[in-house]
Design a protein around this ligand. Sequence first.
Ligand SMILES: [Zn+2]
Length: 113
Amino acid sequence: MYCSNCGKEIDDKAVICVHCGVATQNMNQTQNVDMTLKSRLVAGLLAIFVGSLGIHNFYLGYKDKALIQLLLTVVGWIIIVGPIIAGIWALIEAIQIFTGSINKDAEGRLLRE
Ligand SMILES: [Zn+2]
């Protein structure tokens, strides 16, 4: 990246520009990198109400898991227990989301409260 003050090239991880000594914007970026705009509350409520369709996992970006839950409900009714498994699974994840066991999205960013 380039220093926003003097425009010289500096290390991507640099906190202070070695050329002019001005603090880079990287500090703010680092703080934001680990946070996502996705909310724990939204994820938890989605898990409770539409969790058997995997919506909360689509929301968090866990697409594989979401797809399995969706298929369990949409196709799994043929073997009757499919939607039940998906429902219980989603309920467990709702609890994990609210208790903080699941506190990151698929990209490893922390959820907002
Ligand atoms: Zn500089």
